[in-house]
Design a protein. Sequence first.
Length: 362
Amino acid sequence: MPLSQRSTLTQFLIEERRRHPDASGDFNALILDVALACKAIARSVAFGALGDMLGNHGGGDSVNVQGETQKKLDVVSNEMFLRANEWGGHLAGMASEEMDGPYHIPRQFPRGKYLLVFDPLDGSSNIDVNVSVGSIFSILRAPQAVVDSGRDVTEADFLQAGAQQVAAGYALYGPTTMLVLTVGTGVYGFTLDPSLGEFKLTHPHIQIPADTQEFAINASNSRFWEAPVKRYVDECLAGKAGPRGKDFNMRWIASMVAEAHRILMRGGVFMYPRDTKDPSKPGRLRLLYEANPIAMVVEQAGGRASTGRVPMLTVPPTGLHQRIGLVFGSRHEVERIERYHAEPVQVPDDTPLFAKRSLFRD
């Protein structure tokens, strides 16, 4: 379709709203505010060293609530999300990877009925080497008690399972800037037209192939993997000669947005599972503003997202920055990984302590 005939993000949202005559328009306006923040971040990312945007914030002394060193663009991106979304009257509050607690809407601005949670710049360790990074966002309904009272939000207000998200998506800052969005009616990809400053629909009705021959995992953690994950990866690496009977390719970008986008475009499976590297952390990724929004996008595109044991969107959150293991992508591969977790661990017969006939064998 010629670029001039493609619908813009605004037109797409208006069409979606027409399906719901009782909608107030606040939701559409909120999505457009999020898109504005993503445009501003894309511009800062594109300037890179020219805009003095590379390197660590505060000379490397600044860390976020996760204990991670903040990049300059982490801080700038977080500020852009706040400034673009605090004033519109659509939000009761916000939460971010870069802030310890919830962000309260300043009193000079009206408050709304939604909550916004976001990772302002996913994959920021890649900034200095010019590899694709992105932003991830999730929209929830604020509890009615918050809307009715107008009180400041608390952490508990954000602790909603992923199935309760009303919208989710991500922006990818790569060779082109893209916004990938779901409002619960499928997944749509919009590409930023730099001549107009508009996101235009270029990838309608994205679907993830159910089968794949590509997986993504950080192999440097292999010594910490649980047995089901090791089994799955070993089978993939065995290729045609192994039990899978086909060759697999392995990818790892260290930017989950970039990994997710590749999987949406051509299939694959991404694994950042629970492991034994740090027993105090039941996973690496954050549930509310990383795992849940990506899971909603993936499942709306016909894929599957899981902890490896249970569907990701069913997990009840217990904390604003709760960590979790995540597996997502082509449905048949994720289901296989879940099946491996559910099966009993296979122990060789030459391990007497744990063998089926017990320690005291004949």
